[in-house]
Design a protein around this ligand. Structure first.
Ligand code: NAP
Length: 253
């Protein structure tokens, strides 16, 4: 970003670990002040905030469930007061679930998956737009949604519901990008492949990245930093003519 006097302000959801933490730290290195959203682990989010501050940038840690409207409104209010006007949003918070066929799944599982992965991202995007869009008197900005290559692979016999939620994120990215294209806001998605983070343990398979890495065309899993690099490029002025893009960062998978 170009104005060294007033660093741009970025919100990263799910910033306490994994891809979100890597993105927050790299964005700080590239000149962003960062609001770090987390859900459960205050100490982990604070530790990432310290890494942001170590880059000479401001950091604000804000707890909120991304699919709870009251909590999200409170979070954006806290960022307005604590840091200033938002210029970037990374919709990174997301969940998987244990492997299950569609004919074994409960409605409760699907509702949780879609609520966090889809509604949570749409809700945060809505609040970001109300601050960034020129239609609302904002100065413009960039949104990056963290999707998955699962959106095009489908994740059969593992989590088709997760894949479908990321498919919704892809459609949301394309539509929203076109909706706000004249309002100074760019909207893009990064679609990671298999990345070494704790998300695989949440799906009951902690060694999934190690097991599946050799099947990737590049014959390895990705690292969170490699996803963060793509996200930060899409946030940056270097991507000024890129909107509505779905960028696979998947080692060729
Ligand atoms: P991770 O290590 O499990 O991190 C997920 C983050 O999301 C955690 O910080 C978690 O917070 C947060 N989160 C979950 N539900 C939330 C909620 N309701 N409100 C606020 N925060 C919430 O996973 P990751 O691998 O870094 O994943 C980040 C994103 O990349 C996700 O959208 C995921 O679908 C996507 N992705 C990952 C891979 C991969 O192989 N790792 C591949 C493709 C796409 P808590 O710590 O409090 O639970």
């Amino acid at each position: 970003m170009s104005d060294p006097i007033s660093p741009p302000i970025l919100l990263v959801t799910g910033a306490g670990r994994g891809i979100g933490a890597a993105t927050a730290v790299l964005a700080a290195r590239q000149g962003w002040d960062v609001a770090l959203n987390y859900r459960r682990d205050t100490a982990a989010a604070q530790a990432v905030a310290e890494r942001v501050r170590a880059q000479g940038r401001r950091a604000l840690v804000v707890q909120a469930e991304v699919d709870d409207e009251a909590q999200v409104l409170a979070m954006f209010g806290a960022i307005d007061r604590g840091l200033g006007p938002l210029a970037g949003l990374v919709n990174n918070a997301g969940i998987v679930d244990v492997a299950a066929r569609v004919d074994e799944c409960s409605v409760a599982r699907w509702q949780r998956m879609f609520s966090i992965n889809v509604i949570g991202s749409m809700l945060c995007a809505r609040e970001a737009l109300r601050r960034m869009s020129r239609r609302h008197g904002g100065a413009g900005g960039a949104i990056v949604n963290v999707s998955s290559v699962a959106a095009r692979l489908g994740s059969a016999a593992q989590y088709v519901d997760y894949a479908a939620s990321k498919g919704a994120i892809d459609s949301f990215t394309i539509g929203l990008a076109r909706e706000v294209a004249t309002e100074g806001v760019r909207v893009n998605a990064v679609r990671p492949g298999i990345v070494e983070t704790d998300i695989h343990a949440s799906g009951g398979e902690p060694d999934r990245a190690v097991r599946l890495g050799p099947q990737v065309p590049m014959q390895r899993a990705g690292q969170a930093d490699e996803i963060a690099a793509a996200i930060c490029w899409l946030l940056s002025g270097a991507a000024s003519y890129t909107t509505g893009a779905l960028l696979d960062v998947s080692g060729g998978r």
